[in-house]
Ligand binder design. Structure first.
Ligand code: NAP
Length: 273
């Protein structure tokens, strides 16, 4: 993997546990590559014959520029979190949205098609979730501190939805009040990671929301999830998305289904599979 910082990343432990579990003679290492080094690192992947690369901040856009081809999700997001090799071509992928959807489906038992969703935040993770939900036919309202970022995220999500034949207007900008009418609320801001953070939305608005997902995985139970549970919602933290996006990368590189439970256990995360 490449990115900066990567020193405390869980990805090497996740992937190496999967290789060990399946007895594959592969290894996964992290290289600290600061901004500006993405293209060189992707070229090194090609030169060295490396079969898979994870890409994290701040290199996701640079890596997208350096690949030979992009998957539809990576192209829409302009961000690559994973590079795979197909013969001599390097294909840029983005597995964050697929990871989120698998978490929603397998852990909360929910198919998002037609559900009214609200995404809090409009950064990289939010955009991946917005595109994933919109592509599945879920109306998405984007609620964000900066209106400009919200508008850009709506543009990306709306284009993704329309590419699937969905009518225009599936993805819109809204205010926090939109939470009141939502079936699913996703926190994609960092609020809740640090003790003393304010909640990303007024918990009084959560009454009647079916599912509240927080992309944060440390702490496992954020104040938002605690409030959502009190309001009677099913809650989901970011562990599932973290593991399932890695599992999708693993499958792309090795052609094998990832042993998700063993991967989670390696980093102290309990996940059913
Ligand atoms: P990012 O690109 O920096 O975006 C952060 C978003 O949060 C922006 O929309 C920003 O609003 C908003 N925000 C930041 N501080 C805020 C505050 N004090 N009040 C209100 N809004 C605030 O970050 P990211 O990469 O999308 O990551 C977002 C969260 O998702 C992080 O907690 C990260 O750990 C988590 N994440 C989880 C996974 C997983 O696998 N579970 C994967 C990726 C990310 P502005 O536009 O106004 O700045």
């Amino acid at each position: 993997m490449i990115g900066d910082p990567v020193r405390h990343s869980l990805s090497p432990a996740l992937h190496n546990a999967a290789f060990a579990h399946l007895g594959l003679d592969w290894t996964y290492v992290a290289f600290e590559v600061p901004a500006g080094g993405g293209a060189g690192a992707v070229a090194a992947m090609r030169a060295l014959g490396i079969d898979g690369l994870s890409v994290t901040m701040p290199l996701k856009a640079e890596a997208a520029e350096a690949c030979d081809e992009l998957s539809p999700a990576a192209a829409m997001l302009g961000a690559v979190n994973c590079v795979r090799r197909s013969a001599d071509r390097l294909i840029g992928e983005n597995t964050d949205g697929a990871g989120f959807l698998r978490s929603l489906r397998t852990q909360a038992g929910v198919d998002p098609a037609g559900l009214r969703t609200v995404v809090l935040g409009a950064g990289g993770a939010a955009r991946a979730v917005i595109v994933a939900l919109a592509t599945e036919g879920a109306p998405v309202t984007v609620v964000n501190r900066s209106p400009d970022a919200a508008a850009r995220a709506v543009g990306v999500g709306g284009a993704a939805a329309e590419a699937t034949g969905a009518p225009a207007g599936l993805v819109t900008v809204g205010g926090p009040e939109a939470v009141r009418n939502a079936d699913v609320v996703v926190n994609a801001t960092p609020l809740g990671m640090t003790e003393g953070d304010s909640l990303p939305v007024d918990p009084a608005l959560l009454q009647g929301v079916q599912i509240v997902a927080d992309l944060i995985y440390r702490p496992e139970r954020t104040p938002l999830l605690a409030a959502a549970a009190q309001a009677g919602a099913v809650t989901l933290n970011g562990v599932g998305m973290l593991l399932y996006q890695a599992a999708e990368q693993f499958r792309m590189w090795t052609g094998r289904d990832a042993p998700v439970r063993a991967m989670g256990a390696a980093v102290g995360l309990d996940i059913a599979g």
